[in-house]
Design a binder for this molecule. Structure first.
Ligand SMILES: Cc1ncc(COP(=O)(O)O)c(C=O)c1O
Length: 290
């Protein structure tokens, strides 16, 4: 059994926002669970329930060296009595990152794949995509992207009391943006892409959400050079936000969300009196050095 903590919402101390009379709050999903934190439990909970219902014994997925998704999946699978296995985009001979060491310790079998094979795995969508190779397995696509993951994120709506004009969140597969878009039809959801070349998400998510649903945007300007890349501006902003507040930020997702928000504020894209909610999606485990 996995029990999660509550995720409080509080104000962010940020002079820039105060000076512009924009209220910025943060919803602390990073506090939901020490390991399955942020959007991870929201995305995994119905998928794991479904795997159980289907009688699957092994959860199978894919990710990189520092994958928050694999890290959460390994822990959650282990706690709930599933075997876990992951295709990892890395060299077999490489030293394991702290993320993968944890995964291994929690019983996850790791299979290393080259970039080409990894890219092909993205074509596997259905839950039983690996039933030939791994009987009784349940496949979760990259980042857990699936209708059930989106539904899990959508549940957040009962936890947010105020009507926010904007909801800012980090974006990888886009599942979290989709869930938030459905949960908060009156707000504009801004998904800040953590990687370069994310423009394709606009088409993919529009197909999934329906063209008439337009309360969301993907900000593709703040990936800082690519996935897990950083810049001095990003590092400096993370430091200054952390100094004034009680939460921490990772540079891969949540730091970039604040960077995007900073620019939106500086460019006066947010009117005085606007209310903004940032969803802290966790990911702090990735800050450990290899
Ligand atoms: C910490 C963190 N924030 C945000 C995201 C983006 O979530 P999604 O893949 O649903 O877009 C991820 C990836 O799963 C993540 O690990």
């Amino acid at each position: 059994m996995i029990t999660v903590n509550s995720s409080p919402t509080h104000n962010v101390n940020w002079k820039l926002a105060d000076d512009l009379s924009v209220r910025v709050d943060i919803k602390r999903d990073d506090l939901l669970h020490p390991v399955i934190s942020g959007n991870k439990w929201r995305k995994l909970k119905y998928l794991m329930e479904d795997a159980r219902k289907k009688g699957s014994l092994e959860l199978l997925s894919m990710g990189g060296n520092w994958s928050n998704h694999l890290h959460a999946l390994a822990f959650a699978g282990n706690s709930m009595g599933f075997k876990t296995r992951a295709f990892v985009r890395a060299h077999p001979g490489q030293e394991l990152t702290p993320t993968l060491l944890d995964c291994k310790e929690w019983g996850m079998a790791l299979e290393f794949t080259d970039r080409k094979t990894y890219a092909e795995l993205r074509n596997r969508i259905r839950w039983n995509a690996f039933s030939c190779e791994y009987p009784e397995s349940y496949w979760l696509s990259e980042g857990g992207f699936s209708p059930l993951a989106i539904q899990g994120v959508e549940d957040i709506k009962s936890e947010v009391a105020l009507d926010y004009d904007y909801i800012f969140v980090g974006c990888g597969s886009g599942a979290t943006v989709c869930g938030l878009t459905r949960a908060f039809p009156q707000s504009r959801v801004v998904g800040v892409a953590a990687f370069s070349g994310a423009e394709y998400l606009r088409g993919d998510l529009s197909t999934l959400l329906g063209e008439q649903v337009n309360n969301w945007v993907i900000d593709t300007e703040h990936h800082c050079g690519g996935f897990a890349k950083s810049t001095p501006d990003l590092e400096q902003l993370i430091q200054s936000i952390q100094q004034e507040n009680t939460f921490e930020l990772d540079a891969v997702y949540n730091g970039k969300v604040f960077l995007a928000l900073q620019h939106w504020l500086q460019q006066r894209k947010l009117l005085a009196g606007s209310k903004v909610l940032v969803i802290h999606t966790g990911g702090l485990q990735g800050r450990r050095k290899g």
